[in-house]
Design a protein around this ligand. Structure first.
Ligand SMILES: O=c1ccc(O)c[nH]1
Length: 350
């Protein structure tokens, strides 16, 4: 069901207030051909209603002829900002960038954040954004989880389907995604609400079973028969199963890049307003699947780059895979048990 302009303006005002937007600050709204018109028009109204100096920067799309999907997270690395000094200059001069285009996993994003500019990504449909307006409660839960991740030395993930994998941790920071940018230099994604980190390089070993009903992104498909992935020293060395496995293996092979089989981020979902089922109710290209990434109790892992965390691996291939029914253990303590978040750690740390 669609959302009224009034509701969407109101949602932006809540998120911008949580993001501490002040009168007189400069906001630049970054758009491209895939930007949702209602998200844009309501952002322009909300930012001006809060006294901001508002710009809009519209950039032509890139990589259309290289990517095999139109999903903005499927083909990474270069963006319309690559080599575009004038566009970088306006964004670096802004206090807040509303990214309605998708800069994620780009070197330009880091360059903009370094100077203290805040970036908030928002590319899901308006009704999804309004259903998951972030809250300070979301932030508290995610911060507690990412604190546990930042203190842990090892993550062990198991499931009844046969997943049994160990990751060593500590080389990279823990990231908290809670949907608003309340500190200078912060990046976040509305909607989200999950904690993640990256495994130490070459440290992942074991197997992951993507079970029936688990989700592949950007494929936006629910796996119909299990896919078994063998992991050795940080890389997927085999991807076996039925048609879903063949499709995943062929898609990753099309990038002709051995780094596509390395791990990107690992973590778990904490958003009670996100649902595993939502993807089954949307046309494939109508969403980037944030319900799948954020639903409470998932184990979200991904293949691809680690430059987002400060690593030196960049690859244009990025696959996000949220699993149900896993137990995620940090240094022997269950953070998620059979797909249910154990919030006890929140009481300990807050
Ligand atoms: O918000 C996001 C979206 C995609 C991703 O891979 C990480 N975080």
């Amino acid at each position: 069901m669609s959302i009224s302009d009034y509701e969407m303006v109101n949602a932006w005002q809540k998120v911008l207030t949580l993001s501490k937007l002040e009168p007189g600050q400069t906001v630049t709204i970054l758009t491209s051909t895939s930007t949702h018109p209602q998200t844009l028009s309501s952002a322009l109204i909300a930012t001006q209603s809060m006294g901001a100096i508002v710009n809009r920067l519209d950039l032509p799309p890139v990589n259309g002829e290289k990517a095999l999907s139109r999903d903005s997270l499927a083909y990474l690395g270069t963006t319309p900002l690559t080599g575009n000094k004038a566009a970088l200059a306006i964004l670096k001069e802004s206090d807040l960038v509303l990214d309605l285009m998708t800069l994620l996993f780009s070197p330009e994003q880091h360059e903009i954040l370094k100077g203290g500019t805040k970036i908030l990504l928002a590319v899901e449909p308006p009704e999804v954004l309004v259903r998951m307006i972030p809250s300070e409660t979301d932030r508290e839960r995610v911060m507690a989880a990412s604190q546990k991740l930042s203190q842990a030395k090892e993550m062990h993930v198991v499931s009844g389907a046969g997943t049994d994998i160990h990751f060593q941790l500590g080389e990279f920071p823990a990231i908290s995604e809670y949907g608003y940018v309340d500190e200078p230099g912060r990046w976040d994604h509305w909607p989200s609400c999950f904690a993640l980190t990256w495994p130490n390089e070459l440290s992942a070993n074991g197997q992951i079973v993507i079970d029936r009903g688990d989700i592949l992104l950007p494929q936006k498909s629910y796996v119909s028969e299990p896919i078994t992935i063998t992991i050795k020293d940080g890389y997927a060395i085999s991807i076996e199963g039925g048609l879903d496995a063949d499709l995943l293996r062929e898609y990753m092979a099309s990038f002709k890049d051995p780094e596509a089989y390395a791990f990107s981020h690992i973590g778990w979902g904490l958003q009670p307003r996100a649902h595993w089922t939502t993807l089954s109710l949307y046309d494939r290209e109508a969403t980037i699947g944030m319900d799948a990434r954020a639903f409470e109790g998932n184990f979200l892992f991904s293949f691809g780059p680690n430059n987002e965390a400060g690593g030196n691996r960049t690859t244009t291939c990025h696959i996000d895979i949220p699993l149900r029914g896993c137990t995620v253990r940090l240094d022997g303590i269950d953070m998620v048990k059979n797909g249910k978040v154990m919030d006890g750690y929140r009481n300990e740390s807050t």
